[in-house]
Design a protein around this ligand. Structure first.
Ligand code: MN
Length: 354
């Protein structure tokens, strides 16, 4: 008898543990939700360079062309026609490139016709009441009393015309909205909070929304660094770098200033080989997390704002940490003494010896 109880108890415990696992995996954003969030963020930010890979990854994650197109259309209500139209143009370019590569993307369905005889204002008002939980006859906010026409536009156009297009669910529209608004910055925080609470009402978990905001924060940091100095061109493959790196040269030998200056970006995990500069080098760290080491000394962590002064002929290497892209401005004084002297690649043991 006791063994039967023990078996039942064990089964119940296993079932509870399986349920817990199901719940915890449900707390993370799906790949589709992550794509919607990333695409909406970069559309809102107007960062077309980062939008391209986000669009391609959305298609790779199984989103149909019309669904992604709808995220870009939806975004205009929050970040304006100029950003939405630029995002749509960028999407056309991404689709053309994929087509040329022989990738066949799924078009997906278009919006169903709306058969509702009520006015657009009434329909939008009721949709907003449904998703926000605020009754349609609740007192109007001050902005609506002051500018009644914007309240009319909001209900008719945003919550009727856009929300009634059934290419995306209400929850997906609200997820995109939170991401666009997060991209707009601190002055729109009240709107961010109200849309986060609508997302919660539509079934998203706190963990999922924390993930959206975490992604937005990381994206914003990357955009900010990029806004200051351009990333430039990808360096051709070379034995002196173990992966992808970019260079935007600002001052070159052609300027005859006996000095070079340029913006160098290392992809995560990428570093250059051991080397030295006959005239020395100055590194001004601008974004991400990096590493630097002089021969015989410990590896040093680099953060934005750090300045590294490398004396002439000191053997060293620099690069990104395994998880972060890293950018520094490199200044090369006394170029007349000669260019960099390249030595052996940095081994994984050396790179990780912190
Ligand atoms: Mn160097």
């Amino acid at each position: 008898m006791r063994s039967i109880y023990a078996t039942i108890l064990l089964s119940v415990m296993m079932a509870v543990s399986l349920m817990a696992q199901a719940v915890s995996s449900g707390n993370k954003l799906t790949l589709r939700q992550q794509s919607i969030a990333q695409i909406a963020f970069y559309t809102g930010k107007g960062d077309l360079e980062n939008l391209k890979p986000a669009l391609a990854s959305g298609l790779d994650n199984g989103m149909a062309v019309n669904e992604i197109r709808e995220v870009l259309i939806h975004a205009y209500a929050y970040c304006g026609f100029p950003r939405s139209l630029r995002a749509l143009q960028t999407f056309i370019a991404v689709l053309d490139k994929r087509k040329a590569q022989g990738i066949e993307d799924v078009t997906g369905k278009d919006a169903s016709p709306v058969n509702d005889s009520r006015s657009r204002y009434e329909r939008g008002r009721d949709i907003l009441a449904e998703i926000s939980g605020v009754p349609a006859d609740a007192p109007k906010p001050a902005y609506a009393e002051f500018a009644p026409v914007i309240e009319q536009f909001l209900k008719e156009h945003l919550f009727a015309d856009l929300f009634e297009r059934d290419v995306l669910t209400y929850a997906e529209r609200e997820l995109a909205t939170v991401s666009v608004i997060a991209a707009l910055g601190e002055s729109v925080e009240p709107m961010l909070h109200s849309h986060i609470s609508i997302c919660r009402k539509l079934g998203m978990t706190k963990e999922q929304l924390d993930q959206v905001l975490f992604m937005a924060k990381n994206n914003a940091a990357a955009c900010q660094a990029k806004d200051v100095f351009p990333k430039g061109d990808k360096l051709p493959e070379s034995p002196n770098f173990n992966g992808e790196a970019w260079l935007k040269a600002f001052v070159t030998k052609a300027d005859s200033m006996d000095c070079t200056a340029g913006n160098v970006t290392f992809a995560a995990g990428v570093r250059n080989s051991w080397h030295s500069h006959p005239g020395g080098q100055i590194l001004l760290c601008t974004s991400g997390e990096g590493r630097y080491q002089e021969r015989g000394k410990p590896v040093q962590a680099l953060h934005p704002g750090d300045v590294v002064k490398i004396a002439p002929n000191v053997v060293h290497w620099h690069g990104a940490t395994p998880d972060s892209e890293f950018t520094h401005i490199a200044i090369g004084p006394q170029q007349a003494k000669g260019g960099a002297v390249w030595l052996k690649p940095v081994t994984d043991e050396e790179y990780n010896d912190k």
